[in-house]
Design a protein around this ligand. Sequence first.
Ligand code: MRU
Length: 363
Amino acid sequence: MSEQKNIMEYETVALDDRGPAVVILDQTKLPGSVELIRLTSAQEIWDAIYYLKVRGAPAIGVAAAFGIYVLAEGIRTEDYDAFLEEFRKQKRYLDSARPTAVNLSWALERMEQIVLQNPGKSVKEIRTLLRQEAVAIRDEDIRVCRAIGEYGLTLVKPGDGILTHCNAGQLATVKYGTATAPIYLGQERGYHFRVFADETRPLLQGARLTAYELQASGVDVTLICDNMSATVMKNGWVNAVFVGCDRVAANGDAANKIGTSAVAAVAAHYGVPVYVCAPTSTIDRNTESGDGIRIEQRPAEEVTEMWYRERMAPEGVKVFNPAFDVTDHSLIAGIVTEYGIARAPYTESLQRIFEQKGSHPLT
Ligand code: MRU
């Protein structure tokens, strides 16, 4: 179905009121056409995540939570053990769709806990609880992103230039985005930021999604190719870099879209601070450093032909196509979470962030 509304009015990922289905905005079609698609089977949900129809770490987490709930509705048994076994099978399958964004396994784990904590309840009651938990994960994302926006806004001033890489915007979350949250809150308050959006090869999340949603929101956004960040920084046009992330290790190393670490290295050269915006759901304290983060490798065609009118590389050429890279914590000026801004040394500051989360949960 094709509709005419501002892109910011669409839900990135939602539950269908008419019956158990996940409804997503197909991001592979943006900005050319706005299409909502309905997902009901495990294969459809897995494909939507793998093929980036729904993408960005928090949105993937919400899609997985809604997805496993929808699949749980389809498990045809009233026996708890049989239900748990099938639930786990579906969970493992969805979890295999993308390896780097920790929100995928984080959300699925949270959903499994609902099943494990309620062995005395009927399967029907457990399904109801699963729905509630999935909706809670969705609703929390809005509060978390807004809080990240508030903290992020303290790092910049009206009129600043901000560079961002990939899309850590509303389309990657439920609302506000992470890296874009300070930009949207600043927009509400008349900060007049000038934003530079890296196009983000090879899948062009910056050109297709970030430039699109910022422009639709009335933000002053300029699209640049990935190899232009040094130029805009050298010109003095960038006061801060805000990026999202897919997994932050305990020591502050942060995996984000391929090219982020190059931006951070350039920013260090020009003295521009780099802030990683990370909901605590994206912080993986079980992974000690970036060396332990599994980086997704994607098909060669994304580099050689996708988005071109015709293939732009010789047939048979070797291609290296990692979807993410790890920015060393030494290049990060701060990690902006919903509980405040963590600064180096990150092992200690991230620990404090989680202590605060434990004592004053935002949810
Ligand atoms: O491959 P993608 O498009 O899912 O990559 C997305 C990113 O790298 C985002 O910056 C990250 O997931 C944070 S989204 C708030």
